[in-house]
Write a protein that binds this ligand. Structure first.
Ligand code: AMP
Ligand code: MN
Ligand code: MN
Ligand code: MN
Length: 284
């Protein structure tokens, strides 16, 4: 893939994790929004990709569809998300990872439910589980259920009040370390991308440290362009990627229609950036 005029979105979610569109609906929306290259990157699973490929095939492969995953990891006690792109969705090692993460998510989800119950909020676990269907529970499902039942005005407020670090419903994470996730992504043929680096709300010093340690752990790229972002953030991330000899990626992190961001929107490609799709290992 060489054409800079292509519309590329390398980060989004479906109902296989905490997104609200099915894999089929995501492909349909990508076509409507004129996305050329799309990676589906559900939390800790690739289970939406088969359906997405089936539907894309019925649409004459309109979309260049990349097999992706967003792995939850732990770095100095913080939840850090690592996107794997071009992973082999049939690989045993990936199947094992999905099984482990699912177990960790189940344990954590029950604990979140218990903590909320102690705080007087009943049936949150059952409610979130009903929203998740077959998918592993994410805090995103809890946030939707709590907002819908009036515990806060919207999902960001639910996070502030209940689900972020130190709050009633927060359970310290137990994810594998960042380096193991990067190694696993490489073992299954993929490239490892540090997701939404500005999203962790780190100080400049910690963000620099994160990017440096990500590179030292073998990481390939960092996301420098997101659907919602200040110009200052963007140029800082581009500088960090160049300083650390990392490739750059971009993605909307789309979860549902009607919000602030949309699939493939506001993802222009600024100059002076080494895009991940120019890397040697891309989609071989
Ligand atoms: P988990 O992977 O279960 O820890 O849940 C993380 C997910 O919760 C993210 O992928 C988002 O979908 C959602 N999320 C995290 N922080 C926020 C926030 N401040 N506001 C809204 N949704 C959030
Ligand atoms: Mn999510
Ligand atoms: Mn994420
Ligand atoms: Mn995401």
């Amino acid at each position: 893939m060489n054409d800079e005029s292509k519309l590329v979105d390398l980060h989004c979610h479906t109902t296989a994790s905490d997104g609200q569109l099915t894999p089929t609906e995501i492909i349909r929306r990508a076509i409507t929004n004129q996305v050329d290259v799309l990676a589906i990157t559900d939390h800790d699973t690739v289970s939406g990709l088969r359906e997405a490929h089936d539907f894309n095939r019925q649409q004459d492969n309109s979309i260049e569809l990349i097999n992706g995953i967003e792995i939850s990891t732990c770095w100095h006690n913080h939840d850090i998300h690592i996107v794997g792109l071009n992973v082999d969705i049939e690989a045993d090692e990936l199947a094992q990872l999905q099984k482990r993460q699912r177990e960790l998510r189940d344990i954590r989800a029950r604990e979140i439910g218990r903590r909320l119950e102690k705080a007087g909020i009943e049936s949150a676990y059952e409610g979130a589980k009903a929203l998740a269907g077959d998918a592993a529970l994410s805090r995103g499902h809890y946030a939707r259920w709590l907002a819908h039942h009036g515990y806060a005005k919207d999902t960001p407020s639910v996070f502030k009040k209940f689900l972020s670090r130190g709050k009633t419903g927060y359970v310290p994470n137990n994810w594998q370390d960042m380096e193991s996730a990067i190694t696993l992504i490489h073992n299954v043929g993929g490239q490892a991308v540090l997701a939404h680096p500005s999203g962790y709300k780190f100080s400049a010093k910690w963000l620099k440290r994160l990017v440096r340690e990500f590179k030292e752990a073998g990481g390939d790229a960092i996301e420098v362009v997101q659907g919602q972002q200040s110009i200052g953030d963007r140029s800082n991330l581009i500088a960090l990627s160049n300083q650390n000899q990392l490739f750059a990626s971009l993605g909307s992190d789309f979860h549902f229609p009607g919000g602030w961001l949309d699939l493939g929107k506001k993802l222009f490609q600024p100059p002076g950036v080494n895009w991940i799709w120019h890397s040697e290992g891309w989609n071989k």
